[in-house]
Write a protein that binds this ligand. Sequence first.
Ligand SMILES: [Zn+2]
Length: 214
Amino acid sequence: MPSGERAAFKASRLSPTTFLIVEHSDIYEEHPFIYAKIVPDASTILLLDTGCGGATKDDEIEISSLREFIGTVKVDDNGGQPLNEGGKMRYVVVLSHCHYDHILGIEHFADDSPVYASAHAPEFLSPEVLPRHSLCEDLDIQTPKYTPTLLPHKSGIPTPGGSAALPDVKLLHTPGHIPDELALWDEAERMLYVGDTLYEWAHLPQRRVHRHLA
Ligand SMILES: [Zn+2]
């Protein structure tokens, strides 16, 4: 399949290990960023966020699952290979925060992959309030089902087996956008992945939605 065509996502290389995946045609007009760091030594792909779940009005799009995209769609910046051909590597998912445009794709991973979030404000992520805090309630959409393991400030990210930490990456609590916001710091590559803490620009729908939280 030609790279990037007929998929709800596009991937480009950001660093020697990490790709930016953009969900470009979502019905919410959020066009969320998803980061995929390939860790071959641990046979793992570390994902930061999962996007909007692939819902699109574009009839041409055939691949709307983030997991299927990563496992099957050829990426020019990855030597013309899928990021995780055939799903051979396992996944670890970190959620930068619980807003819907970061968690709607999580159910494709939550059954067989660890999911991590910030331990800064556990009550903010409790199942009773997640529909409201994720903004799924405002949008009248189903809140995805997942049970994150909450990690402390400055912790490493456990491998899928849970026995060791993935190399080089630290999780930082960065509350502000909302209480569970976190960032990932890749020490070896000097890259900071910040979720919604900073925007290059903010388009209006996102601003409007986020104001509900004030
Ligand atoms: Zn947000």
